[in-house]
Design a protein around this ligand. Structure first.
Ligand code: PLP
Length: 362
C-alpha cells in the first residue's frame, strides 16, 4: 500500500525517524553508563518494544497492568510505574510476577500491604521501588525520611523485595542548557535518600527516573541507574516547542483531509478530538491543536469530536478542498491510544501496525 491509498484520518509512523530516535537515545545512555527502560505508554506496541529491547534497553516501563500483560511475550523485565494498590491490580500484578521480573513503584504503606497480600496469595515476589517526589507534586512521598519509613514497611512485608528508589522529574521542562540547574535539587534529594538507606545498611540498588524533556540531560542526576522516557520514540509538538527535538525528529504524523472551506477564513479537517485529543501544547499554548506541516501559518483553533477548524487568515496560500495535509499532534501518547491501528511507513511502503495495548487502562 502507498501513502496516497490511505483513508484519512490516518496516523502514519516514519520508520526511519523512529529508528533514528531509538538509536540516538540508546547511544546516549550507553555513553553515560545508564540503563534505558523506555515507557511503553507512548507506543503501546510489541513491535516497538522489541525494537527498543534489541537496541540495548534493559527492560520496559508500563503504566498499567494490562500493558504489562500485553508486553509479556517479550520476556522483558518490567517496571509498573504506577501505584497499583487496588486489589484487582495488585492480584493481576502478582500473577504476572510469576512469569517475569515485575517491579512496582509505590508511595504508601497501603500499597505495600495490598501488593504483599496479593504476592503472598499467588506465591510470587514483587520487586518494589519506593517513590520520592522530586518536585512534580503528583505521586511520591515528600522527604527522604518518609521514603525510608516506607522502605522499612516493604522490608518487613512478605512477598515484596525492596529493589530501590523511583522518581519522576515531570516538572522539568526548561531549556536543555538550564536543566543542570533544574536537576540539581533532584540529584540532591536522591543523594540524601540513598545516604539514609546506606545509614541503615541498605543499598538503594535501582534508582529510576527520567523523562523525554530531560532525557539527554540525565547525566546531571548521577544517582540514576536507569531512565524511563517514552515520548522520545515518536516525539510531538510538546517536544518540539520545548526545543527537545526538531520537526524532523517527529515520527508520528496525522494525515488529514480538508473537508470544508465554506466559512470564510477557515478550512475544516476530518480530525477532531477523537483523533488529535484536546491536549494543548504545554510549552506554547498559542500553537493550537497541533502543527499543519505544509501550512505552518495556519492554526487549528477549535476541535469538536470529528472536525478540526483551521484559521487560515495568516496563510499566504491556503489548503484546497479535498487536499491532504499532515498534522503533528501536540501530545502523541493519547493519540496512539485512540487508534486501533496506525500505519508503519518504511521504504515507501505502508503496512498496518496494531496498537496492541490500546485501551489497557487497568
Ligand atoms: C512515571 C512516569 N515515568 C516516565 C514517563 C515518561 O515521560 P515522557 O512522556 O516525558 O517520555 C512518564 C510520563 O508520563 C511517567 O508518568
Amino acid at each position: 500500500m502507498k501513502l496516497e491509498d490511505l483513508c484519512t484520518p490516518a496516523l502514519v509512523l516514519d520508520a526511519a525517524v523512529v529508528e533514528k530516535n531509538v538509536h540516538r537515545l540508546a547511544n546516549y545512555v550507553k555513553s553515560h553508563g545508564l540503563g534505558l527502560r523506555p515507557h511503553t505508554k507512548t507506543h503501546k506496541s510489541r513491535k516497538l518494544s522489541a525494537m527498543q529491547l534489541a537496541t540495548g534497553s534493559i527492560g520496559l516501563t508500563v503504566a498499567k497492568v494490562g500493558e504489562a500483560q500485553t508486553m509479556l511475550p517479550l520476556e522483558a523485565d518490567m517496571l509498573l510505574a504506577y501505584p497499583a494498590l487496588d486489589s484487582h491490580r495488585a492480584a493481576w500484578a502478582a500473577k504476572l510476577a510469576k512469569q517475569t521480573t515485575l517491579r512496582v513503584a509505590i508511595d504508601s504503606a497501603l500499597a505495600a500491604e495490598r501488593l504483599s497480600a496479593a504476592a503472598s496469595a499467588e506465591g510470587s515476589t514483587l520487586g518494589i521501588l519506593v517513590d520520592l517526589d522530586v518536585g512534580m507534586g503528583r505521586t511520591g512521598v515528600a522527604t527522604p525520611e518518609l521514603l525510608w519509613q516506607l522502605a522499612e514497611v516493604v522490608l518487613r512485608s512478605p512477598g515484596l523485595r525492596l529493589d530501590g528508589i523511583f522518581c519522576y522529574p515531570g516538572h522539568v521542562w526548561g531549556p536543555a542548557d538550564q536543566q543542570a540547574q533544574q536537576l540539581a535539587p533532584v540529584s540532591q534529594k536522591l543523594a540524601a535518600a540513598i545516604d539514609l538507606f546506606a545509614k541503615h545498611g541498605v543499598q538503594a540498588g535501582i534508582v529510576s527516573g527520567g523523562s523525554t524533556p530531560t532525557a539527554y540531560q540525565s547525566h546531571h542526576v548521577p544517582q540514576y541507574t536507569e531512565i524511563r522516557p517514552g515520548t522520545y520514540v515518536y516525539n510531538d509538538m510538546n517536544t518540539v516547542a520545548g526545543n527537545f527535538c526538531t520537526l524532523d525528529d517527529c515520527a508520528a504524523r496525522m494525515v488529514c483531509t480538508v473537508i470544508s472551506n465554506a466559512v470564510a477564513g477557515q478550512v475544516v479537517l476530518d480530525s477532531g478530538t477523537k483523533v488529535l485529543t484536546s491536549d494543548r501544547c504545554i510549552p506554547n499554548l498559542e500553537l493550537g491543536h497541533g502543527l499543519i506541516v505544509e501550512y505552518p501559518a495556519a492554526r487549528i483553533t477549535k476541535l469538536s469530536e470529528e472536525h478540526g477548524q483551521v484559521d487560515i487568515t495568516n496563510c499566504d496560500r491556503v489548503p484546497k478542498l479535498g487536499e491532504r495535509v499532515t498534522v503533528i499532534p501536540n501530545h502523541i501518547c493519547p493519540c496512539i491510544n485512540l487508534a486501533s491501528q496506525v500505519w508503519w511507513h518504511e521504504a515507501g511502503e505502508i503496512t498496518p501496525l496494531p496498537i496492541d495495548a490500546r485501551g489497557e487502562v487497568v
